[in-house]
Design a protein around this ligand. Structure first.
Ligand code: ASP
Ligand code: MG
Length: 410
């Protein structure tokens, strides 16, 4: 019999009636002929509450004890879901991460899955039970409880689906799918019937908070189709999958917006081997992650301009670091622009279509939007723009690629 993994997020098990609804979905799948594994998150905002509680007790709670605490949320919900299924007259069993042999490394609060021992789950499925697994948690080699990072239940679900060679992983959540843009920012955004793993990874890494990024990497690696859908309706959601040739006809699948960015530019640096390494090393030592690094060389090759983008830092802190770099590396001049946003267009169709950049920059020009930096990769074009222009830029790009109608396509 095919195995189906169904993952339920916190809002989908927030109270007793939602728990019954989740239980009914699993029973329905069982009656339709699947062996069903449910992966469940903590109820509602339980995990946030537990984090706040820890902060009331300790200014710097140890990560091991945080994991011990946070993992309790999922233990509550799996037991209740199992009870709901039994109440409906079907057999179920709840299991913690340790009980399904979900082994992780020891990086508390951000652990990575190393292996899953599915023998026990298979035995229980073969006996006709619905198996309910606690999301987000595992154990390391010394049986310390670990967690996979906030939102990590998605990753538990896809990893289990891969290990069990499930036919799919269904993700029930409080949004009804993946949209061409955040509908709060772009009212004409459409729900996508399907999106490729790479496209979803790019969007997830650029502010779209639909799924834990690691879960999409796993889905891609093991070819697990992931259906994202609402737990409250029966409307079809979005399938995250290997792109079909037809999907590549769509040039841009979605657009995203990230805020709180700043850009540091050092002009007139001496062009010597090791310069960029030395500058970035100074920044890395302060644990400031940078991206969009660019270097341009002056006409005679003796001087360079180096710039990079930084997210979510105080202007004062950034200025201090930038001034120190200017001094240390004898830069002629320093530029610091804060209050920037990044607008990105993402689509695997860019690989095979041309004129994509021209269309994007044409749309931004028509809106008279200043561009502070451009970065491109195989399936992404992104621009840094003033924060005040960000929503206008997002809407303009969304429209330029015909995404207002994307729901009908693909
Ligand atoms: N309960 C955990 C969290 O809130 C894990 C999850 O929901 O995926 O982050
Ligand atoms: Mg989540």
């Amino acid at each position: 019999m095919p195995v189906l993994v169904q993952k339920f997020g916190g809002t989908s098990v927030a109270d007793a009636s939602r728990i019954h609804l989740a239980a009914r979905r699993a029973v329905r799948a069982l009656l339709e002929g699947d062996q069903v594994v449910m992966v469940v998150s903590a109820m509602g905002d339980t995990t946030d509450r537990l984090v706040r509680l820890a902060q009331q007790v300790s200014r710097r709670p140890s990560k091991r004890e945080l994991d011990m605490l946070l993992a309790t949320g999922e233990q509550v919900s799996i037991a209740l879901v199992a009870m709901a299924i039994e109440e409906a007259g079907y057999q179920a069993i709840s299991l913690t991460g340790a009980q399904v042999g979900l082994l992780t490394d020891s990086a508390h609060t951000a652990a990575r899955i190393q292996s899953i021992d599915v023998a026990r789950i298979r035995r229980l499925l073969d006996q006709g039970l619905i198996v309910i697994v606690a999301g987000f948690q595992g154990v390391d080699r010394d049986f310390n409880i670990t967690t996979l990072g906030r939102g990590g239940s998605d990753t538990t679900a896809v990893a289990l689906a891969a290990a069990l060679r499930a036919r799919a992983c269904e993700v029930y959540t409080d949004v009804d799918g993946v949209y061409t843009a955040d509908p709060r920012l772009v009212p004409t955004a459409c729900k996508l019937p399907a999106i490729g793993y790479d496209e979803m990874l790019e969007l997830a890494g650029r502010g779209a908070q639909v799924m834990h990024a690691r879960s999409i990497e796993l889905g891609k690696k093991f070819g697990v189709p992931i259906h994202v859908q609402s737990s409250l309706t029966d409307s079809p959601g979005t399938i995250i999958m290997d792109p079909t040739p037809g999907m590549e006809d769509v040039v841009v699948r979605g657009v995203s917006l990230e805020r709180g960015l700043a850009r540091v530019t050092l002009h007139g640096l001496r062009n010597e081997p090791g310069l960029v390494a030395a500058v970035l090393d100074e920044i890395a030592r302060r644990a400031i992650p940078v991206d969009d690094i660019a270097q341009t060389v002056a006409a005679d090759g003796s001087l360079v301009t180096l710039s990079f983008t930084v997210q979510g830092r105080e202007e004062g802190e950034l200025r201090a670091v930038a001034e120190l770099l200017t001094h240390r590396f004898h830069a002629g001049h320093l530029d610091l622009s804060t209050d920037l946003a990044r607008v990105s267009a993402v689509g695997a169709g860019m690989r095979t279509h041309h004129g994509v950049a021209a269309r994007m920059f044409g749309a931004l020009a028509a809106e008279k939007i200043r561009i502070d930096h451009i970065a491109t990769s195989e399936i992404v074009i992104s621009v840094l723009v003033p924060a005040a222009d960000a929503e206008g830029a997002l809407q303009a790009v969304h429209q330029a690629f015909g995404l207002d109608r994307a729901g009908d396509a693909a």
